[in-house]
Design a protein around this ligand. Structure first.
Ligand code: SF4
Ligand code: SF4
Ligand code: SF4
Length: 304
């Protein structure tokens, strides 16, 4: 058994396995195809946890070295990338996390911005009230009190509702795992957090771009940092993730508008839970799901 599998088994041991689920698959599949509200039967309320952890990402400090990517691949036993981590040609295209890279760094050259190119690290934002969790009909996702949103491969039957529901287009499907449906995404280094270690990407970052701590403390730090610098031209007055979709564990401060570096800025401040529930139980939701599955989903999602 691989180390990754062992870790997931340790932290995600739950009584309801995919084998159990398969016994009732025919019933569930019938409901989903017919577009009944059973598609959203996994829905249940969740609230963000007080005292949970978070990560503050200061985009003004990131130099695009990709040490975080390297550390993430190593700690999660992911394969080496096609191009070496120090190959800057990867910045010629905008990338998204994949089944082989839970985090990627993109470069944005912004006209009129004197601070040089802006680099942005992308991974799961570990939403306080995750849409992936709400969309999953069989509760394959868990929001832990520590803040990490985890996924249980033993429950997943491959419907990929979570991929459609995520407002940040994060969950990636492992198409190479032919017989075992598997979603791949950042797990906020949950085993390390449980062992009082900081996430590997934060440990590896040489510039202090990534600050790990209690979410509430990080929000205070972000505000204070902006006040201490007394330099309103350095940071725009917004902490991305403080309120978007009900708040996320990963928070960002930036010197440029967030839309200029690919953040979706049209998201509501309320969680997407109820919208996801309604969407996935509608005829439109079922149609979109069918299209997504047909087209391999990720290729149709271009926002980065
Ligand atoms: S960013 Fe997407 S995958 Fe991550 S917790 Fe939020 S909804 Fe789920
Ligand atoms: S928290 Fe862990 S899993 Fe997530 S991006 Fe950082 S190193 Fe990767
Ligand atoms: S390690 Fe730090 S500075 Fe380097 S790319 Fe990642 S976040 Fe940016």
């Amino acid at each position: 058994m691989s180390k990754e599998k062992k870790e997931k088994d340790l932290i995600l041991k739950e009584p309801f396995s995919r084998r159990d689920f398969l016994k009732t698959l025919s019933v569930a599949t019938g409901s989903i195809i017919l577009g009944t509200s059973s598609a959203a039967s996994g829905y249940k309320e969740i609230r963000g946890y007080r005292n949970s952890y978070g990560m503050l990402v200061d985009l003004t400090l990131c130099v695009g070295c990709r040490s975080c990517e390297r550390a993430c691949n190593k700690v999660n036993n992911l394969p080496e990338p096609d191009l070496p981590f120090d190959d800057a040609t990867v910045f010629e295209e905008l990338r998204r996390p994949t089944a082989k890279a839970y985090t990627v760094v993109n470069r944005y050259d912004i006209e009129g911005y004197s601070g040089g190119p802006v680099y942005r690290k992308i991974q799961c934002n570990h939403c306080n009230e995750p849409a992936c969790f709400s969309a999953c009909p069989i509760h394959a996702y868990t929001k832990t009190p520590e803040g990490a949103v985890l996924y249980n491969v033993d429950r997943c039957f491959g419907c990929r509702y979570c991929m459609i529901a995520c407002p940040f287009y994060i969950p990636a499907y492992d198409y190479e795992s032919a017989f075992e449906p598997r979603i791949m995404k950042c797990i906020f280094c949950y085993p390390r957090i449980k062992n009082n270690k900081i996430p590997a990407c934060a440990e590896a970052c040489p510039t202090g771009t990534l600050t790990f701590g209690r979410r509430e403390d990080l929000i205070r730090l972000a505000r204070k940092r902006k006040k201490i610098l007394r330099n309103p031209s350095r940071y725009i007055d917004h902490i991305y993730g403080e309120h978007e979709v009900g708040g996320t564990s990963w928070l960002y401060i930036s010197g440029v508008p967030f839309e200029d570096v690919g953040f979706p800025t049209d998201l509501p401040e309320v969680p997407l839970i109820t919208r996801v529930k309604g969407f996935l139980s509608s005829a439109c939701g079922i149609h979109c799901l069918a299209c997504a599955l047909r087209d391999g989903l990720c290729s149709s999602k271009t926002q980065v």
